[in-house]
Design a protein around this ligand. Structure first.
Ligand code: UDP
Ligand code: MG
Length: 355
């Protein structure tokens, strides 16, 4: 079987001049924090001296998020708005934003709630200018998060590290990162329905470097996550990232079978030597229940994968865009300064992505 390499989505206008950098921001019910986020982003991006745009994805918010975005767009032409037809979840919203990012050089992915401080972006850009394709922000501390959340997050990363094999997830790393255009194009060629973005970022590879930062508590609004959602995200992460659990199920079955065979032999031997006084109801129950449990669990694991195969075979589009308002003229004027000059001005460093 010889599949042609899937080409990345190009949901932006290729005829138009393109900004060097796109900042991609998914937003779901974020009316409280959006204006503050934009106000903090603008000076940081302006200081970089590169033409830029910010792509906000409204992930089917039920509050005034869309109105605020349209207002921002009306006053700041560097704002691009992608409005999804309903709530698709963060991973898909992020993908929609990346598809619509017109950047010719690199994209930055950031949360709107100011937990990822925009002030870290210059450090990410600096790492990219040093020649890395992916600069991912790594949390130094998790402020404002409960002990339990830290512990569960830690356990999740340990499990992923164990079963990840060749593809390793960096710990304490969210989606906050910079990607060169070529790394982004590679990522956008992956069109699976079950998108665990951290896993996809890692799968793409390319020279990567962590940039340490302090994660702030949410500035306003509330987290859209609860433990049930986090558990499902972990399940998604594990099952879309590796078939390790299927192997575990196999070995669990194998070990159980061997132990059961040994135990069976023991019973036969004992009956032959000492006769059978017909006891053993409790041990019978224990074995039956244990085996039943193992079988159900194994079926469940297989079911998790089967369900995902089912979803993939439908071949549906990942999301539906209700409307897309691309960023406007602003960066075309800014781009009259050749990008190469900025890059050279950075003490003779060479960028990672030859556009
Ligand atoms: N988000 C989204 N769709 C959703 C849930 C969240 O686009 O269904 C966005 C949200 O607006 C924010 C980011 O994803 O920009 C991270 O969400 P949140 O802060 O709630 O998650 P946490 O930081 O607690 O992991
Ligand atoms: Mg958050």
């Amino acid at each position: 079987m010889n599949h042609p390499a899937p080409s990345p989505m190009r949901a932006y206008d290729q005829e138009q001049p393109r900004p060097a950098l796109s900042v991609v921001v998914p937003a779901y019910n974020e009316q409280e924090v959006l204006p503050a986020f934009h106000a903090r982003l603008v000076p940081v991006m302006e200081a970089l001296g590169l033409p830029w745009e910010v792509v906000f994805v409204n992930d089917g918010s039920r509050d005034a998020t869309l109105d605020i975005l349209l207002q921002l767009q009306a006053t700041d032409p560097r704002v691009s708005v992608v409005n999804l037809s309903r709530n698709f979840g963060k991973e898909i919203a992020l993908t929609a934003g990346l598809d619509h990012a017109a950047a010719s050089q690199a994209v930055v992915v950031i949360d709107v709630d100011l937990q990822d401080p925009p002030e870290v972006i210059p450090d990410l850009v600096a790492a990219w200018r040093r020649g890395f394709d992916i600069a991912y922000a790594q949390r130094r501390v998790r402020e404002g998060e409960t002990w339990a959340k830290k512990a569960t997050a830690g356990a999740f990363y340990r499990v992923m590290q164990r079963i990840g094999g060749r593809v390793q997830l960096p710990p304490n790393t969210g989606d906050f990162r910079l990607m060169s255009r070529r790394a982004l194009d590679a990522l956008l060629a992956l069109r699976e329905q079950h998108r665990f973005m951290k896993g996809l970022f890692a799968w793409v590879g390319f020279p990567s470097v962590p940039v340490l930062y302090d994660r702030a508590p949410r500035a306003a609004g509330t987290t859209k996550w609860n433990y049930w959602k986090l558990w499902n995200l972990s399940l998604e992460g594990i099952t879309s990232f590796t078939v390790g659990p299927l192997k575990i199920a196999t070995y669990l079955g194998l070990v159980t079978a061997v132990v059961a065979a040994g135990y069976g032999a023991l019973i036969v031997l004992r009956t032959l030597l000492w006769g059978n006084p017909v006891a053993g109801y409790p041990s019978l129950m224990a074995v039956v229940l244990f085996l039943g449990g193992v079988q159900l669990m194994t079926l469940g694991i297989i079911g998790e994968y089967l369900g995902r195969i089912f979803n993939e075979t439908k071949g549906r589009p990942l999301y539906i865009v209700e409307r897309h308002i691309p960023s406007g003229e602003a960066y075309r004027q800014a781009s009259s300064t050749p990008i190469g000059l900025h890059r050279l001005a950075e003490s003779g460093t060479s960028g990672a992505s030859a556009a």
